[in-house]
Design a protein around this ligand. Sequence first.
Ligand SMILES: [Zn+2]
Length: 414
Amino acid sequence: MIRVLTGATLIDGTGAAPVPDAAVVIDGDRIAAAGPRLAMAWPADAEILDVRGRTIIPGLIDAHDHLASHGYALATRWGLDEPASTAHMRTARVLAETLAMGYTTVRDGGGLDAGFKVAVEQGLIPGPRLVLGIQIVSPTGGIGDRVSPSGHACCAVYDPLLPESVANGPDEVRDVVRTMVRAGADVIKTATTGGASSRPGHGPLDAAFSLPEMQALVTESHALGRRVMCHALGGPGLRTALEAGVDSIEHGCYLDAEPMLMAKMAAQGTFFVPTLTVYVYHRESASPHVRTRAVALYSHHVASVQRALELGVPIAAGTDAGGHGHPKNALELKYLVEAGLTPMQALRSATQWAAQCLGLERDLGTIEQGRFADLVVVNGSPLTDVTLLLDPARVELVLKSGAVCVDRRKTLAS
Ligand SMILES: [Zn+2]
């Protein structure tokens, strides 16, 4: 079936100037053509969606989320405070709500099992297309090592869909990478430093994994066709990650202190996924050590984003949502603009650049012939005000693979 969106202003995600009075022709699940309406043709029996006065943008992509995480409290993280089925229903609702805000693709950095991807693909639940990390690979004491402040190891029943992810030494690291791939990982998520919310003693500048361990991890992941997304905030762990050749640096708060490493990222095309959203949240954390870390790093984080822009380090938008609930993912675009991106750059960081970060740029991220028809119709221009993407009433129409998933136009008219 041919379906045509007509009359809207088209922002295609490539950075090209907006095209007024455009048409996007969809053939099945792919885009057949996009451009000025008067220059296009389609069969007489095509279904026309008249979206005059609106703006069409590519389906949005969050390059770093944790869709199955619902809080930082230990009992929540370990799955002790409600039945697993209840938590799964909660996750299903998050998937639906995320899609309804125009996020047609999400890369999950750990905690979401492959069954959710099957459920979305089979149409059991609405949700974005998913790129899964399954679990965070780290050494003993790293952020993938589930230990309580009292020193107890996680007492929850082992879930075969989320296998153990602690590995020490190159051989174990290779084994765990293979285990993650067996469990359905599309990407390997690892961590070479602590973070703002990690345990006292393993902070943003504290390292995890040796260079040989990381080299084994990257080599094995690439051999299995998986990219490596690496949580690394700063210090020697950040250097190890980049020396080993990871594909993206997640968070990267103290990159500004490493001009040589940033030049290396620009030269290698290593992506930077700042996830500013989670650090804004951590500034208000109830835990004093988390608050202190988040406050200390923020000016560095913004400087890192600015330096990345100057050097041409590619940036992808990610929220690291999950532990802090599920705020609207487009919050990251607002913070990226505040950090110095133009609204067009912020939009590309959540479309074309994010698709490149995921290695899916041939299928996703722009409105061009041959891409999946993942499209969002909004009321207003995100180039004037990127925060309109936070307002459900402005996100009127969401298409994924050519199918209309959300249509708020009727509700709004009545
Ligand atoms: Zn994360």
